[in-house]
Design a binder for this molecule. Structure first.
Ligand code: SF4
Length: 85
């Protein structure tokens, strides 16, 4: 399945600030057990035969860029060890 198809078929609205409408006030996904495939990291790693460590690092790097751009506290920065167990 092509990644663009997964993006185009995302079933929920995304707010103008980029937040998914299924994100609860507590910061957790309200449909977690039935979330779209693209939200399931373990499934995406398997589906696209990705290197797990590299995928986690890419996600952490993306989060950290957003945290810095939006001026959030550095306490939210994500650290991924070089070697994941
Ligand atoms: S896991 Fe997916 S469906 Fe749930 S809040 Fe995040 S983006 Fe939305």
């Amino acid at each position: 399945m092509k990644k663009q198809v997964l993006l185009d078929s995302f079933p929920y609205k995304v707010d103008s600030n980029g937040a998914c409408s299924m994100l609860g006030d507590d910061g957790l996904c309200t449909v977690y057990d039935h979330r779209p495939i693209i939200c399931n990291i373990e499934h995406m790693i398997t589906l696209y035969k990705l290197d797990q460590s590299e995928y986690y690092k890419t996600c952490a790097d993306s989060c950290n860029i957003l945290i810095k751009k939006t001026g959030l506290s550095k306490e939210y920065l994500v650290e991924i060890p070089e070697k994941l167990t």
